[in-house]
Design a protein around this ligand. Structure first.
Ligand SMILES: [Zn+2]
Length: 443
């Protein structure tokens, strides 16, 4: 491992300096994608990278690429980065750490005069959060061919502005064709957004993949009735049935660890104090690192719902969206492990519970991620917190992993788009509408 050390103080200063672009009184950041705040942080990043003599390119959906030359011009770049947009009540680290740690690595390499074989490319993906324009991970999704450019351009924000208009308004419609920027590999540093690293006292999460996720709409129809004259035995209370099914989701998740299950939305009809609820709509979110285990969890849910039907309720479970499991590239995962071990950081292999740009990029380039802990596992929250030392550990692991890949990878620039062997578990992630097949899911 090279004896190159990132500057933790400088990285921290950059995190705090950019936190003013959309900074909130509670110490968080509101930097919705393609707003003035986003433009300001993009301009800041541009200035910093151009000062490092990086070559800048921006693609048609505003993804930003800053490339530091390597010694072998035939090699495709190793990409590092993440996203600079936030949720409306976001924190200072989600996504931002990955981009600014990448910047810190460029600075460290320039300072030391170290030359990598591959070019090194810092990336800022557009609209990861999906808070202003749905769906999330739109820029990386277009890059990876999951969405086309027209689809992206026609997404509409609540304020009525389209993605395409917003992109042009802030001056970040680039001329590089979307998806044409090749990469030999991609590494993304990110806060964990969950409590596992903190609970286990680990410095670094070596991310092996992103778990399989499925969203369902569950509708329970009972019989609306007056809360006074209707005896308990003669009721078809949809909310009571829903309560049982909510507990069922918990039981199924518990019996398939590390699977998780969540009912996050409940709509009760008519939602009146003295009416036995006649209809309840629930959201169900099931996740597991393995697709086949998620199949089993879903089968159990459908079986139990079938049993409930005997009680005279009409219950519909329809799939709303799915994202198959992503298996990151073993060479990249091993590089992260080696990068953490080289500095004596404690680590654990982990699956991401949340979606990330890297989940899409894994379709077109060998990819892995590095997680660092965040206080209480909290993110998408103004109180999101990761210490300077944790940021430093993540950035140093990222640098070590990049140098490791720079030695082990040998992908030529011409081969860098979709022709290299990548272990990819994603099959059919698409728009929400594309994957819903209500006809098949009615039970
Ligand atoms: Zn993020």
């Amino acid at each position: 491992m090279q004896n190159l050390t990132v500057n933790g103080d400088r990285l921290w200063r950059s995190l705090m300096e950019t936190a003013v672009f959309g900074g909130t009184p509670k110490g968080g950041i509101k930097r919705l994608t393609l707003t003035e705040e986003d433009r300001a942080v993009r301009d800041w990043l541009t200035e910093q990278c151009l000062a490092l003599d990086c070559r800048m390119s921006v693609d048609e959906v505003g993804n930003m690429f800053f490339t530091r030359a390597g010694t072998d011009p035939t090699l495709a770049p190793i990409a590092i980065g993440s996203h600079l947009d936030t949720q409306p009540t976001g924190g200072k680290f989600d996504g931002i750490l990955g981009v600014l740690a990448g910047l810190e690595i460029l600075r460290t390499l320039n300072e030391s005069g170290y030359e990598t074989r591959h070019p090194l490319m810092l990336v800022n993906w557009t609209n990861e959060e999906g808070a202003r324009f749905s769906p999330a991970m739109l820029g990386s999704g277009v890059h990876a061919g999951v969405f086309d450019r027209l689809y992206a351009d026609t997404r509409v924000a609540r304020d009525g502005q389209t993605f395409g208009d917003a992109l042009e308004a802030i001056g970040f419609r680039g001329d590089t064709p979307a998806g044409s920027t090749g990469m030999a590999a991609m590494l993304e540093l990110h806060i964990e957004q969950g409590p596992v690293l903190e609970a286990q006292g680990k410095d670094i999460g070596i991310v092996e993949g992103v778990q399989s996720m499925r969203w369902y709409d569950l509708v329970i129809e009972g019989v609306e009735a007056h809360a006074g004259p209707t005896p308990m035995a003669l009721r078809k209370d949809a909310l009571l049935a829903a309560a049982e099914l909510i507990l069922l989701v918990e039981r199924i998740a518990n019996s398939h660890a590390p699977g998780v299950g969540t009912v996050g939305c409940v709509e009760v009809h008519p939602n009146s104090r003295n009416v036995v609820p006649g209809r309840v709509a629930l959201s169900v979110d099931l996740r597991h690192p393995e697709d086949d285990q998620l199949d089993v969890m879903e089968a159990e849910l459908r079986h139990e719902i079938g049993a409930r039907l005997k009680d005279g309720f009409a219950i519909t479970l329809s799939e709303h969206w799915r994202s198959p499991a992503v298996k990151f590239d073993s060479l990249c995962v091993d590089a992260v492990a080696e990068g953490a071990a080289a500095c004596g950081y404690s680590s654990v292999r982990i699956h991401s519970g949340a979606g990330h740009d890297s989940a899409y990029i894994a379709r077109v380039a060998p990819t892995s991620m590095i997680f660092v802990p965040c206080l209480g596992g909290l993110s998408h929250n103004e109180a999101e917190s990761t210490t300077k030392e944790q940021c430093l550990a993540g950035a140093q692991t990222l640098l070590n992993a990049v140098l490791c890949l720079d030695r082990s990878l040998d992908v030529r620039a011409g081969d860098a788009l979709g022709t290299i062997g990548v272990a990819v578990g994603m099959g059919s992630v698409g728009h929400i509408e594309d994957t819903a097949t209500p006809g098949d899911n009615r039970i």
